[in-house]
Design a protein around this ligand. Structure first.
Ligand SMILES: O=P(O)(O)OC[C@H]1O[C@H](OP(=O)(O)OP(=O)(O)O)[C@H](O)[C@@H]1O
Ligand code: HPA
Length: 179
């Protein structure tokens, strides 16, 4: 698996350090608010698992599975709900956890949906932000790292469902997706 990586962009150590920093900021932001923290499957799972251990105040967790990429490297533009929340967001402070914001289509759909469902507040924290990929105007409330306009994998991010279990974020060798 690791032989398919051309370049490690963000090391395991850098990620772990950043996750601690983000956790500290979120502890201050949400102290005494009992936010509903929503992980967007499947990519956010490693980030979610690490980040919540660094949030030192009560939170409630839920998961949502939305998909707009299938096995492609570009968004289809159509966001599908594969699994909805178990919890009502009405009147809640909601924090959405993402692994990456690229076109912004997934998140703008989700933010609008949760506002429509009457969340008290909706904020977004993403590990990676790829601003050059944006197709809609969306700025995360908190972001770990800005990445260049390249397809990245690892730490939750996949190519054709692979590489999610890498502990770092890297760029694939072109021959992997050129076949
Ligand atoms: O800003 P966007 O262009 O919408 O891209 C970001 C979304 O794409 C990926 O999810 P994907 O739909 O591939 O599902 P996955 O998390 O299961 O890989 C990623 O986890 C984000 O949710
Ligand atoms: O660069 C990316 N890599 C993996 N999944 C993604 N979903 C949006 N952008 C990306």
């Amino acid at each position: 698996m690791r032989e398919d990586i051309k370049e490690v962009l963000i090391s395991e150590e850098q990620i772990q350090e950043k996750v601690k920093e983000l956790g500290k900021a979120l502890t201050e932001e949400y102290d005494d608010k009992f936010p509903l923290v929503i992980g967007v499957l499947k990519g956010s799972l490693p980030f979610m698992a690490d980040l919540i251990k660094n949030i030192d105040t009560h939170i409630e967790l839920d998961l949502m599975d939305v998909s707009s990429y299938g096995n492609d490297m570009v968004s289809s533009g159509e966001v599908k709900i594969v699994k909805d929340l178990n919890t009502s967001v009405e009147g809640r402070d909601v924090l959405i956890l993402e692994d990456i914001i690229d076109s912004g289509l997934t998140l703008s759909y989700l933010v609008n949906l949760l506002q429509y469902r009457k969340a008290k507040s909706v904020k977004v924290v993403t590990l990676l932000d790829k601003p050059e990929g944006r197709k809609v105007d969306l700025v995360p409330d908190l972001a770990g790292f800005v990445v260049p306009d390249e397809f990245v994998v690892g730490y939750g991010l996949d190519y054709a469902e692979k590489y999610r279990n890498l502990p770092y974020v890297g760029i694939l060798k072109p021959e992997v997706y050129q076949g």
